[in-house]
Every structure is written in C-alpha cells, then in structure tokens.
Design a protein around this ligand. Structure first.
Ligand SMILES: [Mg+2]
Length: 239
C-alpha cells in the first residue's frame, strides 16, 4: 500500500507570528483613524486585499528601513511552530508558508529564528524615498481576499491524491482554506468555518496540530474532504 502524502500550508501573520505583523506595522506607523477604516473596508468586502495594502502603505508618511526592522525585531513567533517544522522535516512532509503579508518582515523574522530554509510565498515590500511600496507577484483577481493568491500555491503544490492541510487564523484564509482537506482554524477563521459549516479542527498552538496530523497519518482509511475536491475542480474548469 502506498503511503499517504500530506502537504501542509501555513499562514504567517497571527498563526506563526503571535500578532498580525502587517496590521501592527500600519497601526504603529500609519494614521490610526485611517488604518482602522481601511481594515474595516476590507473585512466588509468593500475593497480587495490589494487595494487594502496600497491604501495602508499610503497611510504611512515617512519611514526608514532601520526603524521598521527595529519594530519587526520585537515581534514574537509561536515557539511551538518549530515542533511542526521538525515533525515535517523528520517525516519528509512538504510545508509551505503562504502569507498575504510581506517578505520584508517574514525574511527578517525567519532569519532570526533560523527558519530561512522554509518555502515562503508572500507579497513584497520595498522602501523607496522613505515610502512603503508594495508589490504583488502572485496576484490573481479571482482571489480578492488575498493579494497573494494562496489558493494558486495550494493547487500548484499538490495533486488530487495528496492530503492537503491548511493552518490559519484570519481573513486571507477564509476563501483559501476551503481548497484543503483538513483545516486547522483559530480566531476569525474558526468563526468563519463555524458560520459556514465548514469542517475544521480548532487549535491553539502547533503542538495541537502535530498531534492531530500524526493521528490522521496513522489512520487506515482516511477520506478526502468532498467539498475541497469540488472546489479544486471548479478552478480547473474555469481555467
Ligand atoms: Mg493570519
């Protein structure tokens, strides 16, 4: 019998990092009133994630790299993330970090945490003339809630036979997670799954995730989530 292949996709902000770094940067360096109203426009689906990032970047008057790095250096990661990383390495499970945040702080934080070998897909952030300039190399207009279309990375890195796992917490995960067989959710994503009656596992840290994945891998019969298969098929048909 062939072995079950698992593919793991993990959100960064608020999932690996303890807080949403993107949001924290703009709340700290941007105009507080403006930032709040821009984020509520996104959460009410009145603007796309790309528009949200462009507006947030414009809300920051003037910034330099060193100041931003100092801010990022204070952000903590969930220390149990390393346990998932070890588990995947030991069991040769592919893991991808999918973020609708920015390479600027993810690279900095992963450098500090000795995690630069991880495969990461995110948006890009440049500082030019003291302005923040976002770039969106993985934009796909059919994914409005995430400027980095996380869905496409999942589809590109898994086959229909793989068991896909998504781990996340927020707005940019709501659409994407539905393409996976197993969803680990907390906070906004958890409430969304509840509301939409999407099957999920609640989690508070990555030790919960490792335990559950280990149980799933050892099951004799493991079913793929039918709704996720249908979602994937929709994408193939429209392309
Ligand atoms: Mg998040």
């Amino acid at each position: 019998m062939s072995e079950k292949v698992f593919k793991i996709f993990v959100d960064f902000d608020g999932t690996i990092s303890k807080e949403d770094v993107g949001e924290a940067i703009f709340r700290h360096f941007g105009d507080k009133g403006k930032v709040d109203s821009i984020i509520s426009l996104l959460l009410n689906d009145e603007i796309t994630a790309r528009e949200c990032w462009l507006m947030l970047c414009r809300s920051v008057d003037s910034i330099d790299e060193e100041t931003l790095n100092q801010f990022v250096d204070k952000i903590e990661v969930d220390h149990t993330f390393k346990n998932l990383e070890n588990y995947c390495a030991k069991n040769k499970i592919e893991m991808y970090v999918l973020s609708d945040g920015f390479d600027f702080y993810i690279n900095r934080i992963f450098g500090r945490e000795k995690l630069t070998h991880l495969q990461v897909y995110s948006n890009k952030l440049l500082i030019k003339d003291r302005n923040l300039i976002p770039e969106f190399p993985y934009l796909d207009n059919s994914c409005s809630s995430s400027a980095n279309c996380k869905r496409n990375h999942i589809i590109n890195h898994s086959s229909d036979d793989d068991f896909t796992v998504f781990i996340g917490d927020g707005n940019s995960d709501k659409y994407t997670s539905q393409f996976c067989d197993f969803i680990f959710a907390k906070n906004d994503l958890l409430r969304y799954c509840e509301r939409e009656r999407i099957t999920y596992f609640p989690f508070s840290n990555f030790d919960d995730v490792v335990l559950k994945i280990d149980q799933l891998r050892s099951k004799k019969r493991l079913k793929k989530r039918h709704q996720a298969e249908l979602k994937r098929r929709e994408v193939y048909l429209t392309e």
